[in-house]
Write a protein that binds this ligand. Structure first.
Ligand code: ITT
Length: 191
């Protein structure tokens, strides 16, 4: 069993990633390692933030760890909310307010194309490695579904007519940005 710290405070991410990693890996949270401070993410890119979060945990524990930074990139909004996805509408993680603001900013826009992009920074034996996963899709006219989190009720992946929030965790992981990035991470860790 490989133990590795996942530098996140997001419980939804934790369960999605654990499901993809399977039983060979045990994920530890920052809290379980005695780190209760907020993990900073002040960089202007997903790559920068993933790296910052992983280094923050590595610097305090010296242990193998990884972090995920994810953004929803809407083509017609020049990539917004992007790196600001968590704090789009407020300075907290208010998913409903974020979704409302996104719909408001999309009013009258017919090009609804968007993608989710996840960047994972892994620090293994002191060296950093980056992995990326993407999924293309579009922004719905209104939210639907109660599964998942964040922008899932508004995101319809290409080839589907339902949102991520209308899919089981398994179905979402199969095609999602995070599922794809985590499978690259697993392949790397298994060598
Ligand atoms: P950590 O930094 O503690 O990992 P976070 O929630 O701040 O958690 P991110 O900065 O990576 O994570 O994510 C930014 C936001 O993007 C997040 O708050 C959600 O609103 C949204 N998001 C991320 N992954 C998502 C997913 O799989 N489905 C829908 N929305 C997602």
């Amino acid at each position: 069993m490989t133990e590795i710290i996942f530098a996140t405070n997001n419980a939804h991410k934790l369960s999605e990633v654990q499901a993809v990693l399977g039983e060979g890996f045990r994920l530890l949270t920052p809290r379980e390692c005695g780190i209760c401070e907020d993990i900073p993410e002040t960089q202007p890119s997903l790559e920068g933030n993933a790296s910052q979060k992983a280094h923050f945990i590595y610097d305090r524990t010296g242990r193998n760890c990884f972090a995920d930074d994810t953004g929803l990139e809407v083509y017609a909004l020049d990539g917004a909310p992007g790196v600001h996805s968590a704090r789009y509408a407020t300075d907290g993680h208010d998913f409903e307010a974020n979704n409302r603001l996104l719909l408001k900013n999309m009013e009258g826009i017919t090009d609804r194309r968007a993608r989710f992009r996840t960047v994972i920074s892994l620090i293994l034996d002191g060296r950093e490695y980056l992995f990326e996963g993407r999924v293309e899709g579009r922004i719905a006219e209104e939210p639907s579904g109660a599964e998942g989190f964040g922008y899932d009720p508004l995101f319809i992946p290409d080839g589907y007519s339902k949102s991520f929030a209308e899919m089981s965790a398994e179905e979402k992981n199969e095609i999602s940005h995070r599922g794809r990035a985590v499978r690259k991470l697993v392949e790397f860790l298994r060598g």
